[in-house]
Design a protein around this ligand. Structure first.
Ligand code: PEP
Ligand code: MG
Length: 928
């Protein structure tokens, strides 16, 4: 290397730059350096660093430092020597491309200029050199427009209008029909546009062109598009700061039939299959492939069109993948039968392809198993676990709501849960459509393929329940006016009736009329193998939150290692239990309550047996009743309305009976058979008793009213005031365990107490449990084992963890409630009112109800684990809040030494992979 060509801090030749330093050189620049240095034929060039960009953006007058331009000039001289061409030399001109490129790929967000170096003096040289006048004028008009737009800030429209006018005048619709003369005329018009818009002639000096272009590319880092993109994809300055500028010799794929341009992948990015994938065009420029002006050919046709070039392409593809040990996405140009690679980057692909390539590349020995696991974003697996709409479908949506639970479903509209159940029993597939849903709609959820609501957010009842069941849901589709009473819904001019078929896509919130073809989820063998590798590596165990046989079966198929949270209240809401639960709530005294609970117990026992069997021999953690009991009753308003209706009905019944009696008296001898039958004599009493029951409920609802139910009479507080409820549940759990044992199933029940604040509360419940346990062992004359634990979802419980761990064998962090109590935020209000603003303005980085707040809630958890394990070193600790299925939270849970995370069934595969990644990256974990 000569002293002159020595690399400078802000400018690096492709021959010198460090291909590993993407932060400094940007992804594109670093790869161009690396490819050059390993001998791939890359058009020569150099990179101006991201640091130079930041320095430039910092200067007040926004001038490029003289020193930088001097280094650029040195590099240009080097290029001139390497290419035997001259920058601005009319007879043998060097033309350049000027491209942006930051550390992380931000496709299309920043600017690029091609054909730089053309002017009125060099253009005739290009015509002479190529012998292709049309090509040269085309290149010139492209350059004037791109330069005008990017460097001089002239809108595309100013160029497009005269361009289209000329095409129209000539009766030409496609650009390939334009002649050299047309392009010359267009170039002249474009030069006038520049003059008119800027008040100055188009810059003829090639160094002025270059300087303005570098400035423009630097400035595009702060363009609105780029800023929005970084915000949307959460790209921080730490990940990418400033853009590099790549200045590269132009090569042309459009100089004749021995020229071509193409893009390709080393493997198929749609399926992952290990075959080269891509398209090319003969005699065309790169942008023609992308812009779809001509239809490109599949890459295998290059073998017959240009056999030698195909061989070179195969060699490039193989070389790139072996070198980068990753699927590559590259661009190439063939200029007069010389093959050039213009850029390469890691290939983006769908989840199917990512999983398959991970497995195959590991099996081929190209990457290690650890690398295979680390190259998949766990969240991507979600794509594989829900049926998806056929991506080929062209149908337009009729409405749009919030994508509340992923997956897609088609079915007949039904407007209430009872009718949903009936329709399902008749074999129909249905979509439950409501304004919003309530706990009493639970059987409608079971029956439905998916749920659509016109109100509520991503955390509305519909959204939370659907997610926990892994069913698609769209919430808050405000464009739909749901009229449950008349069984219709209106969307603009369209009226939907019960029985009409719709399709919902919970991944993007779109609602479609009619049925759209689905692509089923595929839990492929490749995924199964990768997740088995994950389990071998991970320390964390992955449990599921499941309270139905359906969810538990799905979780088990997805590899759950047990149930970490069974919410028993969901079982109370089912159709056949709710009346019993209501009887229990309305009971006058303990004896009456016990009697209702006794009828509920066998049903609960049956539920627990199902879960124990499906999970045998894995643990099943059952949480004793948590919500305030008034949640099982209708609302006060609803009851008042129903009583009013019943009273009207009673009056109607009396009136009709009076009328009939009168008629009979008056027409004693007439034929009374012809008259309508009066209501049955008992009709009135029936209505009276219904009114009495509803009034009793209303009184109870008023008696149970709480100002703030979530902080009120719930969880263990409920278990202490109504011990017979917990007694019944514990009995059902232990009876189920005994019966399963007898049927040959090895079971591992865990009893968990919600909302605990003090050791005394836990001791109180423990006493109930021990008494019931002793009874059962005596009654069945057998031994039954179980674990006893506490949820930790109250700040005081964290502070008393040492004491609680003396009584509990396990803790499970209920981070839904713990987050609410740590922030003093009500989740619903926070998410609907101010959290989006907090996130947008970075007051909070993430929604703490989705991603664990490691700085606050996480600290409490760490302290609680520390203190808990001091008094009970064997303490098992897990998390069962919604954050438990989130990869970032899982990483933190691994870091602080949790035993397990528990999440909804569809997130089990995601959590398994995330747990392995957490272990593999633990050494790099930095806790602020
Ligand atoms: C929790 O609080 O995190 C929890 C799992 O309980 P729930 O969501 O049922 O309140
Ligand atoms: Mg809770």
């Amino acid at each position: 290397m000569t002293a002159q060509a020595k690399a400078t801090p802000h400018v690096y030749s492709f021959k010198d730059g460090n291909g590993k330093n993407k932060k400094l050189l940007g992804g594109k620049g670093a790869n161009l350096c690396e490819m050059t240095q390993i001998g791939i034929n890359v058009p020569p060039g150099f990179v101006i660093t991201t640091e130079a960009c930041l320095d430039y953006l910092d200067t007040k007058n926004q001038d490029l430092p003289l020193e930088l331009m001097n280094h650029v000039r040195e590099q240009i001289s080097r290029l001139e020597r390497d290419t035997n061409k001259g920058f601005g030399d009319a007879d043998n001109m060097l033309l350049l491309s000027v491209r942006s490129g930051s550390a992380l790929s931000m496709p299309g967000m920043m600017d690029t200029i091609l054909n730089l170096g053309l002017n009125s003096a060099t253009l005739p040289g290009l015509i002479k050199q190529t012998g292709n006048e049309r090509f040269a004028w085309d290149a010139y008009r492209r350059f004037i427009q791109l330069f005008g737009k990017v460097a001089l800030g002239i809108s595309d429209e100013k160029f497009d209008r005269p361009f289209d006018a000329i095409k129209k005048r000539e009766g030409i619709t496609i650009d390939t029909d334009l002649s050299a003369d047309h392009f010359r005329e267009i170039s002249d018009v474009f030069l006038d546009v520049v003059h008119d818009e800027t008040g100055k002639p188009f810059p003829e000096d090639v160094y002025e062109q270059l300087q303005l272009s570098i400035k423009a590319v630097f400035s595009s880092w702060l363009g609105k598009r780029a800023i929005d993109y970084r915000r949307e994809f959460k790209i921080t300055a730490d990940m990418a700061n400033g853009t590099a500028v790549n200045i590269q010799t132009m090569v042309f794929g459009n100089m004749g039939n021995d020229c071509a341009t193409g893009v390709g992948f080393t493997r198929n990015p749609g399926t992952g299959e290990n075959v080269m994938f891509g398209e090319f065009l003969i005699n065309a420029q790169g942008e023609d492939v992308v812009a779809g002006i001509r239809t490109p050919k599949p890459v295998h046709e290059l073998a017959s069109d240009m056999p030698q070039m195909h061989v070179e392409l195969l060699a490039l593809s193989d070389r790139l993948e072996k070198h980068y040990r990753e699927v590559q996405d590259y661009e190439y140009t063939i200029e007069n039968s010389v093959f050039y690679c213009l850029q390469t980057r890691d290939g983006k692909m769908n989840a199917t392809a990512r999983v398959r390539t991970s497995l195959e590349m590991a099996n081929e020995g190209l990457i290690t198993r650890d690398e295979a696991l680390l190259r998949i974003n766990p969240e991507e697996l979600d794509q594989l676990l829900h049926p998806r709409l056929d991506p080929e479908s062209k149908q337009m949506p009729i409405a749009h709501g919030l994508p509340a639970s992923p997956g897609a479903a088609s079915g007949k509209i039904v407007f209430d849960a009872d009718r949903a159940e009936l329709a399902r029993d008749e074999g129909e597939k249905i979509i439950l459509v409501r304004e919003e849903t309530k706990p009493e709609d639970i059987h409608g959820f079971f029956a439905a393929e998916g749920v659509l609501t016109s109100r509520g957010g991503k955390t509305s009842h519909a959204a939370v329940v659907a997610r926990s069941m892994g069913k698609p849901c769209i919430a808050g589709a405000e464009g739909i006016d749901v009229d449950v009473e008349h069984h219709i819904a209106r969307v603009g001019d369209v009226t939907l009736h019960e029985g009409d078929v719709i399709t919902i896509d919970g991944a993007n919130g779109n609602v479609y009329l009619g049925e759209i073809d689905m692509v089923p989820p595929k839990f492929s063998n490749e995924l199964r193998t990768l997740l088995n590798w994950s389990d071998e590596i991970a320390d964390l165990r992955i449990m599921c939150n499941a309270d139905t046989l359906e969810a538990a079966t799905q979780a088990s198929d997805y590899g759950a290692m047990g149930i970490g949270l069974c919410r028993t209240e969901r079982m109370f809401n089912a159709q056949d239990r709710l009346p019993l639960v209501i009887d229990m709530i309305l009971a006058k005294d303990r004896a009456e309550r016990k009697e209702a609970l006794d009828r509920l117990r066998p049903i609960q026992r049956g539920d627990f047996k199902d879960l124990f069997k499906i999970m045998s021999p894995r643990p099943v953690t059952i949480r004793l009743l948590d919500p305030p009991i008034h949640e099982f009753l209708p609302s006060e308003k609803q009851l008042e309305q129903e009583i009013e209706h019943l009273r009207c009905l009673r009056d109607t019944v009396s009136g009709v009976n009076d009328l009939m009696n009168t008629m009979q008296l008056l027409k004693r001898h007439a034929d009374t058979k012809a008259m309508p039958k009066p209501f049955a004599p008992g009709g009135r009493e029936l209505v009276e008793s219904a009114i009495a029951k509803k009034q009793q409920m209303l009184l109870k609802v008023r008696e149970l009213f709480e100002v703030n139910p979530m902080l009120g009479h719930r969880g263990v507080r409920l278990g202490i005031t109504y011990p017979e409820i917990y007694e019944m549940q514990v009995r059902a759990i232990l009876e189920a365990a005994v019966e399963c044992n007898r049927e040959g199933f090895d079971v591992c029940p865990e009893i968990m107490v919600p909302q605990v604040c003090t050791g005394q509360e836990l001791l109180w419940v423990r006493k109930i449990v021990d008494e019931v346990h002793a009874d059962i062992e005596a009654e069945y004359n057998t031994h039954v084992t179980f674990k006893f634990g506490s949820m930790i979802e109250v700040v005081r419980a964290c502070m008393r963890a040492g004491r609680l761990a003396e009584i509990a064998e396990f803790f499970s962090f209920g981070t839904n409630d713990l987050t609410q109590s740590t922030f003093s935020f009500s989740r619903e209000d926070a998410e609907n009112k101010f959290l989006p603003l907090y996130e947008k303005n970075h007051i909070l980085q993430d929604n703490p109800f989705e991603t664990l707040d490691v700085k606050g809630v996480g600290r409490l958890m760490e302290t609680a684990i520390d203190w808990g394990r001091k008094t009970n070193p064997d303490l098992k600790v897990g998390i069962c809040g919604e954050q438990g299925g989130h990869p970032a939270s899982i990483r933190f849970c691994n870091h602080i030494g949790l035993t397990y995370v528990s999440c909804s069934a569809p997130r089990v595969p995601i959590a398994r992979l995330a747990a392995a990644q957490a272990k593999l990256t633990e050494d790099d974990y930095v806790l602020e």
